[in-house]
Design a protein around this ligand. Structure first.
Ligand code: IPE
Ligand code: IPE
Ligand code: MG
Length: 233
């Protein structure tokens, strides 16, 4: 089974730290360090797209010091990695309610998008201040503003108004840390995604497990509601 797009809910940083008697932010710091190896593996496997859920709409409700620490980590990550990622031919896009992010980060994200715009390699999407329901509502608002008539709205037009316009739907969604839920991630796009749940906490998730999740996915049979012989004919 061909895999074009993998999306990851990077969960379990807090528990990773708590298990070690460390502050939660230390878990986030370790989690950020893990991102590079997953991007490298995605390039090596020639994935078309990798989407990383880094901060949800609901995460704004966490205690202020944690939100602030996460924002400064994001800032630090962008400052340090942007150039390297651009040199690796990555095309970057941020999805979510980006306006809610601190001005400095917004600026960096816009810069990252524009310096990688013409790249042709892995499409890396960062879900930041992202919520699936909010994305759907934002799409509806854009459609209403554009004055589209009911007859003009089909799945294709609707998708073109989502933050993920142009991205293939995720074939595989991986969630670390043992939680078995989507937590408002890619609600529209995940309709037929395969799901992979692992007990591994995000800071412990590495290249080997990423590759084995993809290998497991490749052994699955996707039906999309049809009978297998119909799909194969
Ligand atoms: C995931 O780790 C990172 C973010 C949500 C920003 P958590 O912070 O949710 O870690 P746990 O789930 O509390 O272990
Ligand atoms: C989902 O994890 C969001 C991210 C990993 C960025 P959460 O830790 O916020 O999700 P819940 O609260 O366990 O559902
Ligand atoms: Mg969590």
């Amino acid at each position: 089974m061909n895999v074009r797009h993998v999306a990851i809910i990077m969960d379990g940083n807090g528990r990773w730290a708590e298990l070690r008697g460390l502050p939660r932010i230390e878990g986030h710091r370790r989690g950020v360090k893990k991102v590079r190896s997953i991007i490298d593996a995605s390039i090596e496997l020639r994935l078309e797209a990798l989407t990383l859920y880094a901060f949800s709409m609901e995460n704004w409700h966490r205690p202020r010091p944690e939100v602030e620490a996460l924002m400064s980590l994001l800032d630090f990550y962008l400052k340090n990695e942007m150039k390297k990622l651009a040199a690796d031919n990555i095309r970057f896009r941020a999805i979510g309610d980006i306006d809610r992010l601190p001005a400095g980060i917004k600026k960096q994200l816009a810069g990252f998008e524009s310096i990688t715009e013409k790249n042709t390699g892995l499409l890396l999407t960062g879900a930041l201040s992202y919520g699936g329901r909010e994305e759907i509502l934002a799409a509806v608002k854009r459609i209403v503003k554009a004055g589209l008539k009911p007859d003009e709205i089909d799945e294709k037009t609707f998708e073109s108004h989502l933050y993920t316009a142009g991205l293939p739907n995720p074939d595989l969604i991986i969630r670390t840390s043992g939680e078995k839920r989507l937590s408002n991630f890619l609600l529209w796009q995940s309709a037929y995604s395969e799901l992979y749940f692992t007990e591994t906490l995000w800071p412990d998730f590495g290249r080997d497990e990423f590759i084995s999740a993809i290998t497991e996915y490749q052994k699955r049979e996707r039906r999309f509601g049809a009978l297998p012989e119909v799909l194969n004919s």
